[in-house]
Design a binder for this molecule. Structure first.
Ligand SMILES: [Zn+2]
Length: 344
């Protein structure tokens, strides 16, 4: 190779990583994943109940049940609902895309991609100061058949914690809910603060709440219930008993408990995308071709709560990146509705 040719090649090579990536591939920008919270208040409210769903992303019965109550009309009581605490994991349909969020309440690093959401959750809890907080999950298996399985249960950290009689209330909920459930509920006491069998539980949301003077319970449907509707129903049946204890009345709630499938929002999604400053709307699967210098910004979604889009093969914590070709999956929570294939 003569010297001139070598120089030319080396310049191209050294320039490649920076320039080629930014100039020869379209730039994609996603919106920040929302942290949704809803406050429902009736004229007649004695107690404040907080419902937390979606800390674990693959527990759809939990976050869908919490979400369903957002549209309820309260006749009595007050509810604060955070249905999707961990939206990244919900969209990926995994327990914890960035590790188990329910082990990050005692301590979380500022560098953790979940930091922003865990901090917002804590802030909301401390600001609202509920009389009771219920952390909603779908556990594995059936506790009544296998003591090590957490599915279908009410979970408490201790029988009694300071002046909170956790066991009495959990027992009331378990026994009364079981009248209405085919797959019966167990009652788990993790003895988080007195024994050391479940030391991990000290890092969980309910333990953090108790330590901050907030009464908290965990309710679990089972991942092994075959239908989403059955998982939602298990949650609503348990919540109905908590609502009796905390004087919450919801218009038409028995109908919702009986037939939750009717209340699921399965509307189609419209995705709004700005490509090089022109706004487009997509409602079903499409393939599009754009120039390499394009700027593609996903600006919003019309559809159910839980509508969002994720890029295939890209880190879901990233909001801005370059990619030559990209498939975007448009989702209603765990469920893919359509895909947009972009080529440049
Ligand atoms: Zn869980």
């Amino acid at each position: 190779m003569d010297r001139r040719k070598f120089l030319k090649t080396s310049i191209i090579f050294s320039a490649t990583p920076l320039f080629a990536r930014s100039k020869n591939k379209p730039h994609f920008i996603f919106p920040k994943k929302p942290f949704e919270y809803y406050h429902l208040k009736s004229k007649n409210s004695k107690f404040r109940i907080m419902l937390i769903g979606g800390i674990h992303g693959n527990e759809m019965g939990a976050y869908k049940a919490a979400d369903m109550l957002i549209d309820a009309t309260l006749k009595k009581g007050e509810l604060f609902i955070i249905p999707r605490s961990n939206f990244t994991s919900i969209l990926a349909d995994v327990r914890g895309y960035n590790g188990d969020m329910n082990r990050k309440f005692a301590y979380i690093s500022k560098k953790d991609p979940d930091f922003y959401y865990v901090e917002l959750l804590k802030e909301a809890i401390l600001e609202y100061k509920p009389d009771v907080l219920i952390s909603m999950h779908d556990g594995y298996g059936f506790n009544i058949e296998n003591k090590r399985a957490w599915g279908q249960s009410v979970v408490i950290d201790e029988k009694k914690y300071k002046n909170f009689n956790l066991y009495t209330e959990a027992k009331f909920v378990q026994e009364n809910a079981n009248i209405y459930l085919k797959r019966k509920l167990g009652l788990i006491n993790t003895k988080t603060f007195t024994a050391h069998i479940h030391d991990e539980q000290k890092k969980a949301l309910t333990a953090w709440c108790l330590e901050h003077g907030i009464k908290a319970f965990c309710i679990e449907a089972s991942k092994q219930l075959p239908k989403l509707e059955e998982k939602i129903k298990t949650h609503l049946v348990m919540l109905r008993e908590f609502f009796k204890l905390y004087d919450v009345k919801i218009e038409g709630f028995n109908e919702m408990v009986k037939n939750p499938g009717k209340f699921l929002d399965n509307r189609n999604i419209e995705m709004k995308v700005k490509i090089n400053n022109t706004l487009y709307a997509f409602k079903h699967s499409e393939k599009i071709k754009i120039s390499k210098q394009s700027n593609v910004e996903f600006v919003g979604f019309n559809g159910p709560r839980g509508s969002f889009a994720i890029p295939k093969g890209i880190n879901l914590n990233w909001r801005k990146f370059y990619a030559k070709n990209l498939r975007i999956d448009v989702k209603n929570d765990f469920k893919r509705k359509f895909s947009l294939k972009i080529r440049s």
